[in-house]
Design a binder for this molecule. Structure first.
Ligand code: NAP
Length: 259
């Protein structure tokens, strides 16, 4: 049993959909006050309503995480709403799938800005608040794609997700003086609303290639983030955890068939 994080103030970027919505639900279920950030208002409102209906505390703030002023606005709005900011879950991300031969360089810039520059902006914006409090937690959502695996169409995405881990190491050193830890969760294939369109057959094939024989649930990532945010994880910084049901383990198709 981890020490309660009740009443802690948490930002979840991309908390309106998918993994971020799961992270937001997990933190809210533990009594944390959750600020959901995204660009689309309908999804953000729905995520807040879901948490409130379950008895939790949530607000939303619309912002583009690749925009410095918008991210500063998010941190200010959170401090105003909840009286502080204890935990930043920098989770928002985009993953258009385009092979290099077809990729306009502007798409590369867009993905790097949304996935990587945003990590820097979210952390930088929190520093004054964390410095004042003498503590704070940052949890990045990276991926296995990039740091560990490759997938055609995702050169930009893979670079951004590996880049987050490069950022993490030095950020951990710079943040230590404020009593702040920063760690990253690296999800494998996680089942989100966005995957529903791919169809039952595709999802079955994906699950078959994972040793635990299912796609991850968004709560699987939320629980790992919750651990990094806990008092018990206070001496862990600059580290990563892969949450993938063993997806990266098989060295060949035969290895999976042998199971
Ligand atoms: P998703 O369902 O598409 O949700 C993405 C979230 O990010 C939405 O709330 C979206 O809201 C928000 N967002 C996107 N661009 C944004 C921007 N520029 N500014 C602010 N918010 C933005 O995606 P997901 O699958 O949950 O992915 C979440 C994170 O997990 C990403 O970092 C992704 O790389 C990582 N990940 C996912 C998987 C997986 O299997 N799903 C695996 C590995 C890693 P708006 O569109 O309204 O802004």
């Amino acid at each position: 049993m981890l020490t309660s994080i009740k009443d802690r103030s948490v930002v979840v970027t991309g908390g309106s959909k998918g993994i971020g919505r799961g992270i937001a639900r997990v933190f809210a279920a533990q009594g944390a006050k959750v600020m959901i950030a995204g660009r689309g208002e309908d999804a953000a409102k729905a995520a807040v309503a879901e948490i409130r209906d379950a008895g939790g505390t949530a607000e939303y703030h619309l912002c583009d995480v690749s925009d410095w002023e918008a991210v500063q606005g998010l941190v200010d709005a959170t401090v105003k709403a909840f009286g502080g900011l204890d935990i930043m879950c920098a989770n928002a991300g985009a993953f258009p799938q385009t092979k290099m031969v077809d990729m306009d360089p502007s798409e590369w810039d867009q993905v790097l800005a949304t996935n990587l520059k945003s990590s820097f902006l979210c952390v930088k914006a929190c520093i004054p608040v964390f410095e004042k409090a003498g503590k704070g937690r940052v949890i990045l959502t990276s991926s296995i794609t990039g740091p560990v695996t490759g997938f055609p169409g995702w050169t930009h995405y893979g670079a951004s997700k590996s880049g987050q881990l490069g950022f993490l190491k030095t950020a951990a050193m710079e943040l230590a003086r404020y009593g702040v830890t920063i760690n990253a969760v690296m999800p494998g294939n996680i089942y989100t609303e966005g995957l529903q369109d791919l169809g039952e057959d595709y999802l079955k094939t994906m699950a078959a290639s994972i040793p635990l024989k299912r796609l991850g649930a968004v709560e699987d990532i939320g629980n790992a983030a919750l651990f990094f945010a806990s008092d018990e994880a206070g001496y862990i910084t600059g580290q990563t955890i892969i949450v993938d049901g063993g997806q990266i383990l098989p060295e060949s198709v035969e290895a999976i068939e042998e199971m």
